[in-house]
Design a protein around this ligand. Structure first.
Ligand code: SME
Length: 180
């Protein structure tokens, strides 16, 4: 266990203002740097996913929920997140999360009410993006972001979040994270 992690805690005030001031590509480049600083000296999967979810939630504007569902025994189980309590288990193929897991494709949903089978965990959610985490050709998790605004996410968000997930994945012990 590496306990030499630097103290990367910073006040979260003005996060959204800073993020909104930057074009989306730079906003996500900065988010990647922030998450990398949090996880690069730590190998505890729970700590790293928890801090990644917290950083995403703190940094990106308009979110009411951000977090991970972990693939455990063939279904998605709620993992580290920020936001209101959420549904715990989602079957592959169900809802936006289960669709991302089944198709291995990021789901960008501009209006959750227009997505057949959307699972409403937080009534405030209006739009959603779910990025599958694929490691060694297996879906190990999904990253789910909900927004209280319609059409919050576009192709730049998809690219930014897919790059974030790719950078984060090597810092997570997925065998442990996905053990039931
Ligand atoms: N809306 C998701 C369920 C998870 S919550 O949004 C946190 C879905 O349809 O899969």
């Amino acid at each position: 266990m590496n306990r030499s992690a630097p103290d990367t805690h910073e006040p979260t005030l003005d996060y959204h203002d800073l993020a909104l001031a930057a074009p989306k590509a730079e906003r996500y480049a900065e988010l990647r740097r922030r998450v990398a600083a949090l996880v690069e000296h730590e190998d505890d999967w729970l700590a790293n996913l928890a801090n990644a979810a917290a950083e995403v939630f703190a940094w990106l504007p308009h979110l009411n929920w951000a977090g991970f569902y972990l693939m455990r025994d063939g279904e998605l189980v709620l993992g580290p997140f920020q936001g209101r309590p959420a549904c715990v288990r989602i079957r592959v193929g169900r809802g936006v999360c289960g669709t991302a897991a089944a198709t291995r494709q990021t789901q960008v949903v501009p209006d959750v009410n227009a997505f057949p089978g959307h699972i409403a965990c937080d009534v405030r959610s209006r739009s959603e993006i779910v990025v599958p985490v694929v490691v060694d050709d297996e879906v190990v998790a999904v990253l789910d972001l909900d927004s209280a605004e319609l059409a919050s996410f576009d192709d730049e968000d998809r690219a930014g979040l897919e790059a974030l997930v790719a950078a984060l994945a090597p810092h997570v012990d997925w065998a442990r994270a996905c053990a039931s």
